[in-house]
Design a protein around this ligand. Structure first.
Ligand SMILES: CC(C)(COP(=O)(O)OP(=O)(O)OC[C@H]1O[C@@H](n2cnc3c(N)ncnc32)[C@H](O)[C@@H]1OP(=O)(O)O)[C@@H](O)C(=O)NCCC(=O)NCCS
Length: 341
């Protein structure tokens, strides 16, 4: 990681937003031929928030960003870069970071989109950290936001995937600070991984130029439902447990820490059973894991910052605590971060 003196990145503001409309498991029973019992037992999800009407991903991001900026106590004009993690952008191009930048009225500043799905926030945090350490940017707005509900197969055929996902956004503001030494740094360490040989175990095929000689999107592709997510749930489950636990073990080891040094674990929220399994394998006591899946379902790149915001509001995450984050998602991608909040 490149370095400029003792310049380090520090999270100074956290925000989140979910659309007001709640869909409980009971609301989905008729639509998707599912049951509250099945969903709760297999996943831990009780409800999720879905947008209504003319709301896109960057609209949710605006609200989360405004809260993060206000919590940071800086003038938004001091932000010099946006990193936007999403798998459900407003449009194919340009990136949602550009739409967010215009909606926040911050013309001219850099705007990246990154596409690491459920690991998007961890990848984004690592990027923001490196960009601030390098001296390229001073104040970065990192956002994870998703509108899944407009991209799900809401027929009984899509039930295995559609019950899992919720809409929402989370954001953090990172700023540069001069650290006295390594211990004075807030973001300790990240590790990032991917294995593209599993790309098609959790993906959306269309629209895309990889679908043979035809156009990116055709009526035939829509007939085949290629524009809806496909997931091999068992493969994802297995690799998620392995990926998150290995990544976190590696990060802690490199930082010369053990799970006992960590005050709070903020895991990605894909399935409560995945997190329970990771906790069990690593010997983490369950009262140190902050789960939110029951309220929101899987909000992909938004999940970890939403969890941070909720943990702060609940008084569970306090300044000075050591926090470990780990995520796994489509790609496959996975990674972890250890930091002091
Ligand atoms: C999706 C998941 C909960 C499914 O659990 P599972 O125990 O693997 O269930 P299966 O897919 O084997 O399906 C078991 C049965 O439930 C049924 N089923 C699937 N979805 C259902 C739903 N929403 N409601 C009711 N029944 C459902 C299946 O049809 C199957 O029925 P059958 O036994 O009669 O064929 C689980 O695989 C999982 O959580 N995987 C990881 C998902 C994930 O993390 N995704 C996001 C990654 S970031």
């Amino acid at each position: 990681m490149s370095n400029q003196g003792n310049r380090r990145a520090e999270i100074i503001g956290v925000g989140a937003y979910v659309p007001p409309k709640v869909f409980t498991n009971f609301d989905l029973e008729e639509m998707l031929n599912t049951s509250d019992e099945w969903i709760q037992q297999r996943t831990g999800i009780v409800q999720r928030h879905w947008v209504e009407g003319d709301i896109g991903t960057s609209d949710l991001a605006v609200k989360a960003s405004e809260e993060a900026i206000s919590e940071a106590g800086i003038d938004k004009k001091d932000i010099d870069c946006i990193i936007f993690a999403t798998l459900s952008p407003d449009h194919d191009f340009p990136g949602s970071g550009c739409f967010l930048q215009a909606k926040l009225d911050l013309p001219g500043i850099a705007a990246f989109d990154i596409r690491q799905q459920c690991t998007g926030f961890i990848y984004g945090l690592s990027m923001a950290d490196a960009l601030i350490r390098s001296g390229q940017f001073k104040n970065i707005l990192l956002v994870g936001a998703e509108v899944h509900s407009k991209g799900l197969d809401l027929s009984p055929e899509g039930r295995n995937v559609s019950v899992l996902f919720g809409d929402g956004a989370g954001a953090v503001v990172l700023t540069a600070k001069e650290a006295k030494n390594d211990e004075d740094s807030q973001l300790f360490r990240h590790n990032l991984h991917a294995d593209g040989s599993y790309a098609k175990e959790l993906w959306v095929a269309a629209p895309g130029t990889g679908n043979g000689p035809s156009h990116r999107l055709s009526p035939e592709m829509m007939e085949e439902k290629l524009h809806y997510p496909y997931m091999n749930g068992r493969q994802v489950f297995m690799h998620a447990v392995k990926g998150m636990s290995r990544s976190l073990t590696q990060t802690l080891k490199e930082q010369e820490m053990t799970v006992d040094d960590v005050d709070l674990f903020l895991f990605h929220q894909a399935n409560l059973r995945i997190n329970d399994k990771v906790g069990e394998m690593m010997g983490i006591s369950s009262d140190k894991v902050f789960n939110t899946i029951q309220n929101y379902g899987n909000t992909t790149a938004a999940t970890i910052p939403i969890g941070m915001r909720d943990a702060i509001k609940a008084g569970v995450l306090k300044k000075g605590m050591t926090v470990a984050m780990a995520a796994f998602g489509s790609g496959f991608t996975w990674g972890s971060t250890v930091m002091r909040y």
